[in-house]
Design a protein. Sequence first.
Length: 210
Amino acid sequence: MLNIAVLGSGTGSNFRAILSAIQQGKIPRARICLVVSNNSNAGILEIARANSLPVIHLSQKPFESEEDFADALLSTFAAHGVMFVVLAGYMKRLHPRVIAAYRNRILNIHPALLPAYGGQGMYGMRVHQAVIAAGEKYSGATVHLVDEEYDHGPIVLQQRVDVSPDDTPESLAAKVLAVEHALFPEAIRLFAEGKVVVDETSREVVRSAL
């Protein structure tokens, strides 16, 4: 059984999709053992509480340094038996110490076809605005492993959507979000079933069987 911590800062729509997939038996070898948010009013916490899941509001503000916050996060993970970490709209960059402790065990989803339209500052509606401004015919979503660079880790799954001539950033965001809600649970299933292998030399996913 894969014990998963989900970190989020916002409404929690991807978290809801993941939780629903687990509850429906679509990810049979996984359970959510902890939900963490840096925002005490985040919708993701409300969803977790409504489903009787352990929740923690953990913000960096009370800590003297980023290292102290990282240590607190790792201690929290250890206390709850966390084996795998999912970033579902988490708007804080993880400290390298956390990434090192969970190397190849942290997943993120990005609302574009990485490596395009990724990197620092490229999040939310900014991504969709950039895609439309560039006249792209396609966009999509990417699930990737997290490393020390923004939106840079090995890609696990991608799915594209068409960008229509009349799309606005808002309409494109809705298309991509629908894809995210299917893609993210599927990526977690692959890890829960041991169907993902990362080549440590090339830092690429070398096997992902559907």
